[in-house]
Design a protein around this ligand. Structure first.
Ligand SMILES: [Zn+2]
Length: 329
C-alpha cells in the first residue's frame, strides 16, 4: 500500500507514460532533472529535514519491500539530486551506501599501494601488475554498483529494477575478481589447468549473463533462483581448490599448508555473510531495533568487504610464494 501519493505517483506517472520533462534525461532509468554541477553547487549536505521524508515499511510501494523487519527509515521516489544527497542523512540505506563506497576507496588504495610499492619491491612482472590490478578493479566495480543500487534504488520502480541488475552484475564481476588472481597464481606452474579453470569460470559467468535475459530473472518470485546461480558459481571454486590440493601433493606440501587454510577462511566468511543475508538476522528477532544501524544487509556488506580484502592479501602471498619458487614442471 502506498501511504503518501505525491512525489511517488508523479515519478510513476512520468515513467509509465513517458512524459519525461524536456530539460531532463535518463541514465539507467534515473531521470536526471537537475544537472550534477547544480546538485553539487547546492551543497550535498545542505538539506532541509523536509526535503527527504522517511517512511515506515507499511507505507512504501511494493518494489521497495523485502525486509519487513526494517520497519522505518525508507526513502521513497526521490529525484536524482535527493537520492545523491540522501547519503549524507541518516536513512536505513546510509550504512549500505557508505560501507561499499568505503570498500571502493579501500581497493583503490590497495591498487595504488601494490602497483607503486609492493610489486616493485618483489620484482613483479608486467603480468603480475596486470593480474593484481584486474582483480582489484573487479572489486571496485562490485563496490560501486552496490553503492549505486542502494543510492538510486528508491528513485522509481524501473530504476530500482535496473539498479538491481547493475548490483547483481557487480556481484558477478566481484566473484570473477576473486577467481582470476587466485586461479592464475595457484596454477602458476600448471598453465594447462590454469587455462582450463579460467575458461570454465568465464563460460559459467557468460551463462549467468545469458540467464539474466530471462524475463522473470529480476522478479521477486525468482529470488531463490537468482541466489542459487551465484551460490553455484562460488561453490564451483571447491573443484579447482581440491584438484590443486592433490596436484601439489596434499597436506604435506608447504604451499598447500599456506594456501588451503585461507581458502577455508574465505568460504567461511562467504557463508557467514550469506547467513546474515538470507536469515535477516538480527532484525528478524528484534524488528525495528536495527533499522538504521546493525541490520543484516549492513553485516552482509561489511563481511563482503572484509572477505575481498582478506582474499586479496591471500592472493598476494601466493604470488610471492610462486616468485620465490621456480616451476619444475
Ligand atoms: Zn547491498
Amino acid at each position: 500500500m502506498i501511504g503518501r501519493p505525491g512525489a511517488w505517483e508523479n515519478v510513476k506517472n512520468r515513467q509509465t507514460t513517458g512524459l519525461v520533462k524536456r530539460d531532463s534525461y535518463q541514465i539507467l532509468d534515473i531521470e536526471i532533472n537537475e544537472s550534477i554541477e547544480k546538485t553539487l553547487a547546492s551543497g550535498l549536505c545542505d538539506l532541509n529535514e523536509k526535503d527527504i521524508p522517511l517512511h515506515d515499511y507499511k507505507d512504501i510501494p511494493e518494489f521497495l519491500q523485502g525486509n519487513p523487519y526494517v520497519t522505518d527509515g525508507y526513502r521513497v521516489s526521490l529525484p536524482f539530486n535527493l537520492c545523491l544527497k540522501s547519503m549524507f542523512i541518516w536513512t536505513n540505506e546510509t550504512m549500505n551506501i557508505w560501507s561499499h563506497l568505503g570498500g571502493f576507496f579501500l581497493f583503490i588504495f590497495f591498487m595504488l599501494y601494490d602497483n607503486i610499492i609492493e610489486l616493485p619491491n618483489h620484482q613483479g612482472t608486467v603480468a603480475d601488475h596486470l593480474i593484481v590490478t584486474a582483480g582489484l578493479l573487479c572489486y571496485q566495480f562490485c563496490m560501486l554498483c552496490s553503492a549505486g543500487f542502494h543510492m538510486f534504488g528508491c528513485h522509481s520502480e524501473r530504476a530500482s529494477k535496473r539498479w538491481l541488475a547493475v548490483d547483481l552484475a557487480g556481484i558477478l564481476i566481484g566473484v570473477i575478481g576473486c577467481y582470476l588472481p587466485a586461479v592464475h597464481y595457484a596454477f602458476y606452474c600448471l598453465s594447462i589447468w590454469r587455462d582450463v579453470y579460467l575458461f570454465t569460470i568465464a563460460a559459467l559467468s557468460a551463462l549467468i549473463v545469458f540467464v539474466q535475459f530471462h524475463p522473470q530473472y529480476f522478479s521477486v518470485h525468482w529470488f531463490y533462483q537468482r541466489i542459487s546461480v551465484y551460490v553455484g558459481l562460488v561453490a564451483y571454486g571447491v573443484i579447482p581448490a581440491t584438484h590443486w590440493y592433490f596436484l601439489n601433493g596434499g597436506w604435506g606440501s608447504e604451499v598447500v599448508q599456506m594456501f588451503i587454510p585461507k581458502v577455508v577462511v574465505m568460504y567461511m566468511l562467504g557463508m557467514l555473510a550469506f547467513t546474515f543475508y538470507i536469515t535477516k538476522f538480527p532484525e528478524r528477532v528484534f524488528p525495528g531495533t536495527f533499522n538504521f544501524l546493525g541490520h543484516s544487509h549492513q553485516w552482509w556488506h561489511l563481511i563482503i568487504v572484509m572477505a575481498f580484502a582478506f582474499w586479496h592479501s591471500a592472493g598476494r602471498e601466493l604470488l610471492y610464494y610462486q616468485t620465490r619458487h621456480e616451476c619444475h614442471v
